[in-house]
Design a binder for this molecule. Structure first.
Ligand code: C2E
Ligand code: CA
Ligand code: CA
Ligand code: CA
Length: 279
């Protein structure tokens, strides 16, 4: 028993050491990574499932580092947040996304809404709202073409400056989306309190549509509730035709997922046509 205990102990210390050193390596590499041009913004299309047209895309950050390879945002975003790198990084994503959307509109002459993720930390930057408004004013885009995605994490603190920032952005005409809906604690209350225009149903609910009756009912209820509040719905992580057909049958507005396209570089986005083709 003693022997086994020691093995378990060393298993955990090894694993912890590995995690700590990976973390340290990421922290070390993330400084200067933006200046070295290691970040790129990818785009994943969002499809209007009633009219079967691409109505927009979500901007998703990618990092490729010579020493560490490709690092997933789930791994580096928290570190960018803790080190403050998220502030310049968030601005980079925003500016890139505006350029991509301008190019899309020029090429297709069709409406296009770009969805951009905002981290809770970005709201601590007192210049966030003016940065967003000024850059959109200087571009050929209108605020309604821009959807700002925030998770419950942004709202948890309940700070006045967050409420004020969201209200200013909403008044300026930006679309606000509640991301990862259904995974948090009090999302319903937030929908009532803040001026959201869009609700994104988390992938985990869509995943189980075909297997679980409970999830089917939940997704149906979320859509009905959002519509009753005048909020549009995007289903995340749609991977199969069966999922899409069910979402159509219950009046979901938009869908996003591997069934339509994986996140891809801007050139690929611009090559795609407004009528979605499956990968
Ligand atoms: P998210 O905002 O919920 O983004 C959706 C994630 O689901 C993306 O992961 C996307 O690639 C993935 N996904 C889309 N469709 C499917 C599908 O059909 N199946 C599966 N299995 N996955 C799908 P990604 O790009 O790895 O990003 C992970 C998270 O990192 C994002 O979750 C977001 O929270 C964060 N993130 C990414 N880019 C940014 C950014 O520019 N700023 C901030 N603040 N966070 C970002
Ligand atoms: Ca998102
Ligand atoms: Ca999400
Ligand atoms: Ca997520």
């Amino acid at each position: 028993a003693k022997e086994k205990g020691r093995n378990t102990y060393s298993y955990f210390t090894n694993k912890m050491n590995k995690e700590v050193s990976r973390r340290l390596a990421i922290e070390e590499q993330i400084h200067g990574a933006l200046e070295r041009g290691e970040f790129e913004v990818f785009y994943q299309t969002q499809v209007d499932i009633i009219n079967n047209i691409v109505m927009g895309a979500e901007a998703l950050l990618r990092w490729s580092n010579p020493a560490l390879g490709n690092i997933s945002p789930d791994e580096f975003i928290p570190i960018a947040e803790q080190t403050g790198v998220i502030i310049p990084l968030g601005k980079f994503v925003f500016l890139q996304a505006i350029v991509a959307t301008t190019l899309w509109k020029k090429k297709h002459l069709s409406p296009f809404r770009i969805a951009i993720n905002l981290s809770p930390c970005q709201f601590r930057d007192p210049d966030l709202v003016s940065f967003i408004i000024d850059n959109v004013n200087q571009s050929k885009m209108s605020p309604k073409d821009i959807e700002l995605e925030i998770t419950e994490g942004v709202l948890l603190s309940g700070h006045d400056y967050i409420t004020e920032a969201l209200e200013s952005l909403s008044k300026a005409g930006f679309s606000l989306a509640m991301d990862d809906f259904g995974t948090g604690y009090s999302s319903l209350n937030y929908l009532r309190t803040y001026p959201f225009n869009v609700l994104k149903i988390d992938r985990s609910f869509i995943n189980d549509i075909e297997t679980g009756t409970a999830n089917k009912e939940l997704v149906l209820a979320m859509i009905a509730m959002a519509h009753a509040l005048g909020i549009e719905v995007v289903a995340e992580g749609v991977e199969t035709e069966a999922q899409l057909n069910y979402l159509k049958s219950i009046n979901c507005d938009y869908a996003q997922g591997y069934f339509f396209s994986k996140p891809s570089p801007v050139v690929k986005l611009l090559m795609s046509s407004p009528e979605p083709q499956c990968d």
